[in-house]
Every structure is written in structure tokens, then in C-alpha cells.
Design a protein around this ligand. Structure first.
Ligand code: SAH
Length: 346
């Protein structure tokens, strides 16, 4: 028996054509498409305005590979972490982060990660595979439902800061964002979506060429090549001058300010030299810096710098008119904070 096709791999046009080829009306394709995307149907049975006969025909031809929230944990600060099971049994994690002003979904783009940032727990997992567009979309839809359930309002923001490197799963991430932003999907504005990359110059340029409308964040952590390639070994292949050039290209095309994510660690990047290098890097294009609190992973190689070093970063950046925010960690007690996603149940 041939394997049934995942119906959500079909575009709306393809779905309309399928119904015509079955002797039905193209319009039926629109109805089914709406069930699949805006109504997040998990089975053909759910599609109550479609005739039983048509539902049976769909059942015979297709599957809906919907993700399943396998395990959910709620932190004392309100953060919710979902361990999500994919149709082939693999697991990824996504997180709902509520604050007074917004509710943010942090979603994964790959199962595991192919990069090797020494301070990140996800990097210890082998990369198993890229997520499909519908698997990324489903994480967002699941968190949107949880947000409605627990906080009585819809999701307001999405960050691609979960497991994986989004720009190494470029096409699927862009397709997922297309669905998330389309009125037939979740209708969330691209201005409320941020894709975070470890900094792959070629792919940053591609984003600019594709004129994407979402925000870009770059995990910088050091503006000194030797330090950066020590803590993020893959970046040896992408020196800061290439990153700088790609960011200038991005800004020239999009006029969209970039966010640099930055953790300050004791003995690694807590010197004046490190701060001055960051200030210099920040002058290349309009940007802002998010200083992220370090979330310790099991060993002790990395330690959060002391408060004085962090205050020095803030005052020197501000003195140079660079916007800087300090990002407090959320969901630490359930291993849901940045860099802690590693399929651990506690
Ligand atoms: N691969 C993408 C997105 C995933 S990581 C990227 O690198 O941007 C999301 C953010 O968490 C990145 O800025 C990453 O550098 C940061 N991060 C990773 N491990 C961390 C840790 N242990 N503590 C704090 N931030 C961490």
C-alpha cells in the first residue's frame, strides 16, 4: 500500500485542484483548507460541514500529521513549556511566556540543533531533522490555545528562539511564517515575529533579498572573533566582518533594526575590551542590545558575570546612544529558559 500523503503539504491551489480532479467543486478545497489551518482540525471527522462521503474519501487519500502536546509543565512565574510529539515520535519543545503587556510563543525550528554553542543545552542534542512548516505552525497554534485558556487572550508575539537554527531550515520556517501571518492561518502581524539566528551571513542576505517583514535577532555574545569562535565554534567559518557585511546588507534592504542577543559571562566577555568591541559593532547599523541572563546548564564552564560587569555594559552602551534592555529569564524552574530546551522532564 502506498503511504498516504500529508494533506497539509498541499497549497490551497493544489487542494482546489485535487477536488476538481475528484469531480467536486474547487470551493471544497477552500473549506477543507480553512479546517486545516484556521480551525486547526486534528482529523477529517472534525470537518462537520463536509459530507461524510467526502470525509471518507479524504481519509482514504491523506493523513493529517498533527503534533500532539505530550507533556506540559507550568512554571511558578506562569511560563508554560510544551513537549510536543511529532508524527514520527520525535520530540521538540515550545514555550509560552506571559508578561503584563504581551504573551510570547517561543518555538522550535529543528529537532535538536546542528550548531555547537558551548553554553546551550540544545546544542548537546544531535540534530535529528528539520521541522516541517505545519509542525512549526502547530506549535504556535497550540500555544495560542493555551494562551486563550490560561490568560484569556490571544498570543501577541512569536520568537524563533526554541530548539534549532531557524536559518538552517530556511524554506520551512518562511513557509510556516507565511501561514502564521496569513488571515487564513493565525493572522499575526510579521512585525510581532522575531527570528533569532546564531549569525549565518549568507542566509541573512537571503532574508534581505526575500524582503521578509519580520524582525531579526542575532546571537552575538562577543564582538571579538577569537572569543566568539571559542564559545560558538561553528562561527570560525563566519568571521565577524562577514556578519557585519551581511547585517549592513540586511539594513540597506529592509531598514529594520537588528537585535543583538548577548550574555555576559565571567572571565569570557566581562572586560572593558569586550564592551568596547560591542560598542564598535553596534555602530555599523541601527540596533538594540538585549542582555540575556545566563541560564546555567549542567556543568560549570560558564558563569554569569557579576552585577558590576553588567552595569558597565549598560552604562557604556547607553553613553554611546545604543538601546539596551536587560532580559530576565522566565521559566527557569522547568528548564524552559533560553538555552535550556533539551527534552528534560522534571
Ligand atoms: N539558534 C538560534 C535560536 C535558538 S537560541 C540562535 O542561536 O539565535 C535562543 C537564544 O538563547 C540565543 O540568543 C542563544 O544564544 C541563547 N542561549 C543559548 N543558551 C543559553 C543559556 N544557557 N543561557 C542564556 N541564553 C542562552
Amino acid at each position: 500500500m502506498s503511504e498516504k500523503k500529508d494533506i497539509r503539504a498541499l497549497t490551497k491551489t493544489e487542494l482546489r485542484e485535487f477536488f476538481v480532479s475528484e469531480g467536486d467543486k474547487a470551493f471544497r478545497g477552500n473549506q477543507v483548507y480553512e479546517w486545516l489551518w484556521s480551525k486547526s482540525a486534528h482529523s477529517f471527522e472534525d470537518m462537520t460541514n463536509i459530507s461524510l462521503e467526502t470525509r471518507k474519501m479524504l481519509e482514504d487519500n491523506f493523513v493529517i500529521n498533527h503534533i500532539k502536546v505530550d507533556h506540559m509543565q507550568r512554571s511558578s512565574d506562569g511560563t508554560v513549556k510544551n513537549a510536543v510529539k511529532l508524527h514520527d515520535g520525535l520530540i521538540v519543545e515550545s514555550v509560552l511566556i506571559p508578561t503584563e503587556s504581551r504573551t510570547t510563543a517561543c518555538v522550535s525550528s529543528q529537532v535538536g540543533c546542528s550548531l555547537d554553542c558551548n553554553f546551550c543545552a540544545t546544542a548537546r542534542l544531535k540534530k535529528m531533522r528539520n521541522l516541517n512548516p505545519d509542525e512549526i505552525f502547530d506549535q504556535v497554534a497550540a500555544i495560542n490555545q493555551e494562551s486563550l485558556l490560561y490568560y484569556n487572550h490571544k498570543l501577541s508575539n512569536i520568537v524563533f528562539m526554541g530548539m534549532g537554527e531557524p536559518l538552517m531550515n530556511y524554506n520551512n520556517v518562511l513557509k510556516a511564517i507565511e501561514k502564521i501571518t496569513s488571515p487564513e492561518g493565525l493572522g499575526i502581524s510579521p512585525r510581532r515575529i522575531t527570528v533569532s539566528t546564531s549569525g549565518l551571513p549568507k542566509m541573512i542576505k537571503k532574508l534581505a533579498d526575500d524582503e521578509v517583514k519580520f524582525n531579526l535577532a542575532v546571537s552575538l555574545h562577543s564582538a571579538i572573533d577569537e572569543v566568539r569562535s571559542e564559545i560558538m565554534p561553528f562561527s570560525k567559518a563566519f568571521p565577524l566582518k562577514d556578519l557585519k557585511e551581511s547585517l549592513e546588507y540586511w539594513y540597506a534592504k529592509t531598514e529594520s533594526r537588528v537585535t543583538y542577543e548577548y550574555v555576559v559571562w565571567k572571565g569570557i566577555n566581562d572586560s572593558k575590551e569586550a564592551i568596547n568591541a560591542l560598542v564598535k559593532f553596534c555602530k555599523y547599523i541601527p540596533c538594540k542590545v538585549n542582555l540575556i541572563e545566563y541560564n546555567p546548564i549542567d556543568d560549570g564552564d560558564f558563569q554569569q558575570a557579576n552585577q558590576q560587569a553588567i552595569s558597565d555594559y549598560i552604562s557604556i552602551l547607553e553613553m554611546n546612544d545604543i538601546i539596551v534592555n536587560v532580559r530576565r529569564s522566565r521559566g527557569k524552574d522547568i528548564d524552559a529558559a533560553c538555552g535550556q530546551l533539551a527534552n528534560k522532564k522534571s
